[in-house]
Design a protein around this ligand. Structure first.
Ligand SMILES: NC(=O)c1ccc[n+]([C@@H]2O[C@H](COP(=O)([O-])OP(=O)(O)OC[C@H]3O[C@@H](n4cnc5c(N)ncnc54)[C@H](OP(=O)(O)O)[C@@H]3O)[C@@H](O)[C@H]2O)c1
Length: 247
């Protein structure tokens, strides 16, 4: 499975552990991924984004959202693209169409990748728990992730992949609905990290994030939390909102 963007989320350990071959890519070139490839073993290799895009018909894109327009749209044409990305205004710059709820980050990606089928998923947990909370089908502690796409076949393909990676998937609708699992919404990160202490310093919040517990979020709970999302308040993730520091 190809990855464009091989940082926290795109390091592909989850996919390799699930028995998949992976192709990693980033902006700086395949040689800069040698250490990660060596760590992942024989199932991994590195390539340029354009070469990675053509290595299979299911591609994970996991870049800072501001880099989305640099994705190789021609090379990705005909593929199903898994969008793990989120809009962080402080990192990505303010995008008025998102701020005014006129569109979603995944619709903007779909606009750039007009020849691909974009499916948003794998992005609403923090990368540490996304890896550590994966469980085989039927396991009592198996959790669920939301999935949205405009294309039913692409969505079904991705639901199957999510199953292989260790999660149930809940269909939350089209890319127009994908704001319901965008960063900053009730399903994003916090439900998966267990109930944090009532008040934490920045340092304790950091410690909680990296070494705190995990919670299992069932498909019913995903439905409930995505249903609770509202188009009010600020859009996207502001790090100060991630943990209730000083609450
Ligand atoms: N971290 C999390 O827990 C988490 C959770 C959910 C969703 N997300 C979302 O997932 C996305 C990735 O997050 P992350 O934490 O994995 O980011 P990250 O650690 O900063 O990694 C970003 C990756 O994207 C690559 N990249 C940047 N520009 C590129 C370009 N033009 N072409 C190809 N590759 C490019 C970077 O490569 P270079 O270093 O070579 O530039 C790097 O490998 C973000 O949109 C984030 O909001 C993250």
């Amino acid at each position: 499975m190809p990855f464009i963007g091989s940082g926290n989320i795109g390091r592909a350990r989850l996919a390799v552990d699930a028995g998949l071959d992976v192709v990693l890519s980033n902006s700086r070139g395949p040689e800069t991924l040698a250490d990660i490839v060596a760590e992942l073993g024989e199932a991994a290799r590195a390539a340029t984004p354009a070469k990675a895009a053509q290595a299979a018909d299911l591609v994970v894109v996991s870049l800072p959202f501001h880099a989305r327009d640099k994705l190789p749209a021609d090379a990705l044409a005909g593929t199903t693209v898994i969008d793990t990305m989120h809009y962080f205004p402080e990192r990505d710059g303010r995008i008025e169409d998102l701020e005014e709820w006129r569109t979603t980050s995944s619709e903007l990606l779909q606009r750039h990748l007009s020849g691909s089928h974009v499916v948003k998923t794998l992005g609403n947990m923090d990368f540490l728990r996304l890896y550590s909370s994966a469980r085989p089908s039927g396991h009592p502690e198996r959790g669920a992730l939301p999935v949205t796409s405009n294309d039913a076949k692409a969505k079904a393909k991705v639901v199957q992949l999510v199953d292989t990676l260790g999660y149930d998937a809940l269909d939350v609708g089209s890319l127009a609905d994908s704001w319901r699992h965008e960063a900053g919404t009730p399903i994003n990160v916090l439900p998966y990290v267990g109930e944090p202490p009532k008040s934490m310093t920045q340092e304790q919040a950091h410690e909680w994030m990296f070494n705190g517990p995990s919670a299992v979020i069932s498909a019913d709970r995903v439905k409930e939390l995505t249903g609770q999302a509202t188009q009010t308040g600020r859009v996207g993730l502001y790090l100060e909102d991630l943990f209730p520091v000083g609450r």
